[in-house]
Design a protein around this ligand. Structure first.
Ligand SMILES: [Zn+2]
Length: 585
């Protein structure tokens, strides 16, 4: 007998078997039971969360005839009638799956739409499933829109996308939208335990925890990794083997590193990295393990009763949580994530790792046992200073801490403002690092943008234009760029430019120095820059945020006023406009 891979064997065949998507399943099952059918559905969510699976179950629900051939539309397809079996096997003539990522041309989609005028051959409904629909060309979208506007009653569209922002609002507004969430590691782990139980394969809980985490919210990936791990482990799943396969690092190394950090023990950190190098363990894996531990510590520090009693590491996490203050835990977490993205740039991964850990040590706020030079730019950035006066540029000291402050890790900003400002687009590698963080913390629903007030002045216009120019010319780095974006220009007298910022941490001497230099270059003449602290009501960042809020409100109004959306909201009690899902085009 051929071996069927787990991901295919355990692909859910009915809504009741869908794991971790209860909110979507419930809404769809209710609609089917009450025969309230919409003609177009849009499933959004990252890869491997079950978009195609839900689509197939929906197609079966619509076309199932029951074991005796007399069944109708149902929320629990029988799985044995011709329609159910053919859809499962991918050979049902009235169910077409089209991958827009490989069929971008208007040709394929228009061929498909040409077929739409013919009634279904075997089933009650034709179901067209277009995966990665955001990849369609504009022409293809327009061709589809015509059919979406006046669909024949036997035709259902299922659109799926990992990137709903790229789907035109005209199409979005005609679909009932469901957002499939990435699955929590705990949910994945429980499912793996169930599957392996059915397969009769022995497994250690630690092995499953590692696999669940590595899957990053995708059940499909979790099952594929489990397949690999079974092959790797010769039929059994031991934690050590899975760790080796995933390149994950034994937790004891991460624990030792955190203990050294808490004790301010630089020599201990270097020794820990030497040990990792000697064992050939991955530096990236170490930082991932560190981030996971720090995340668990942070949860425990914020919600002491939230400890996972099943976790054999719980006492260790609790002990570490007591060693590091909550704000430092956040800081080190952020440095570990950003450091992971920088590893590829380091001469070799271990020296990269040493630098990341020393940075964590150097960034520690003043007062802790690790404070080396409490007056450096880095420590000043980590703790807001009281009673600020005007800071002008001064030569920065060549210390390790100052070097760390100049590196692209705005970790200190994270401590004060946990949400990154909306106008700051994170570079790709930082986004990748944040994605890595999603193992531990699933992404939150973005909060609606607040609309800041802007009192535009001619001086503000001038500053705004200059900052745009410097940003476009790429003459300023991330931290300096933020200073420029957050600053209001309040005066220019001859060659002296006076700026004002609200956030004290932005006014570090090193930042001011660099901005002064870039500004001089942009103006073609040397300038002196004075940056004071105070309230700001016209900065490039505020202008940008206000403009975004205005466009967002406009887009939401268009969707809200759409007659079809209004009709849907009235008709479907479970339907609602997903907060944050409306995006200006
Ligand atoms: Zn059936």
């Amino acid at each position: 007998m051929s071996y069927l891979v787990l991901a295919r064997k355990y692909r859910p065949r009915g809504f009741d078997a869908m794991v971790g998507q209860e909110h979507v399943v419930q809404a769809l099952a209710n609609a089917l039971t009450q025969q309230r059918l919409h003609h177009a559905y849009l499933f959004t969510g990252t890869r491997g969360v079950g978009k195609t699976t839900v689509s197939r179950i929906l197609a079966k629900s619509l076309n199932c005839t029951g074991p005796d051939g007399s069944g109708g539309i149902t929320a629990s397809p029988c799985g044995v009638c011709d329609a159910c079996r053919d859809i499962d096997a991918g050979r049902f003539v009235d169910y077409v799956e089209l991958d827009a990522a490989s069929n971008r041309g208007v040709e394929e989609i228009s061929q498909l739409l040409d077929q739409a005028v013919y009634k279904p051959v075997l089933g009650r409904f034709k179901v067209y499933m277009i995966d990665e629909v955001h990849m369609l060309s504009t022409t293809a979208f327009n061709a589809m829109l015509k059919t979406l506007e006046e669909p024949p009653e036997y035709l259902k569209f299922v659109l799926a996308t990992t990137d709903p922002q790229k789907v035109p609002p005209t199409v979005l507004s005609r679909c009932l939208q469901f957002n499939l969430r990435p699955m929590a590691p705990q949910t994945v782990q429980e499912h793996l335990a169930r599957v392996l139980g059915e397969e009769g394969i022995a497994s250690e809980p630690g092995a499953l925890r590692l696999l669940a985490r590595a899957a990053r919210g995708s059940m499909r990936d979790a099952l594929s990794l489990t397949d690999q791990a079974i092959a790797f482990g010769g039929g059994a799943l031991a934690e050590a083997g899975v760790r080796q396969m995933l390149g994950a690092v034994d937790r004891s190394h991460a624990v030792r590193i955190l203990e050294a950090l808490a004790a301010g023990d630089g020599a201990g950190l270097v020794a820990a990295v030497d040990a990792l190098r000697a064992l050939g363990l991955s530096a990236a894996g170490t930082l991932e393990e560190l981030a996971t531990l720090l995340q668990q510590m942070a949860v425990l520090q914020a919600v002491p009763e939230a400890g996972d009693t099943d976790d054999p590491d719980a006492p260790t996490v609790a002990r570490l949580a007591g060693l590091l203050p909550a704000d430092e835990t956040q800081l080190v977490y952020s440095i570990a994530l950003h450091g992971r993205a920088e590893l590829a740039l380091a001469p070799d991964e271990y020296s990269g790792l040493v630098m990341v850990l020393l940075r964590a040590l150097a960034f520690r706020p003043a007062g802790g046992p690790a404070a080396r030079a409490p007056d450096t730019a880095a420590t000043a950035a980590a703790r807001p200073r009281p009673a600020p006066s005007t800071v002008t540029s001064a030569p920065s000291r060549p210390t390790l801490a100052a070097a760390a402050a100049a590196a692209p890790a705005p970790a200190a900003l994270r401590v004060e403002a946990p949400e990154p400002p909306p106008w700051l687009d994170a570079p790709d590698e930082l986004a990748a690092a944040d994605e890595a963080a999603a193992i531990a913390a699933p992404p939150a629903v973005p909060a609606p943008l607040a609309s800041p007030t802007v009192n535009a002045t001619p001086l503000g216009d001038r500053w705004n234009a200059l900052v745009r120019r410097m940003v476009e010319a790429n003459t300023i780095g991330a931290l300096v760029r933020e200073l420029a974006l957050q600053a209001q220009c309040i005066g220019v007298e001859q060659s002296v430019w006076t700026l004002r910022v609200e956030r004290e941490t932005l006014r570090s001497a090193a930042n001011v120095d660099k901005l002064q230099e870039a500004l001089g270059a942009a103006l073609g003449a040397p300038v002196r820059l004075v940056v004071e602290a105070g309230a700001v009501d016209d900065s490039p960042a505020r202008r940008e945020a206000a403009e975004r809020a205005r466009r967002q409100a406009e887009a939401e109004q268009i969707i809200h006023d759409d007659p079809l959306v209004r009709a849907l909201l009235a008709q479907y009690k479970t339907a609602r406009i997903v907060p944050g899902s409306v995006k200006p085009h």
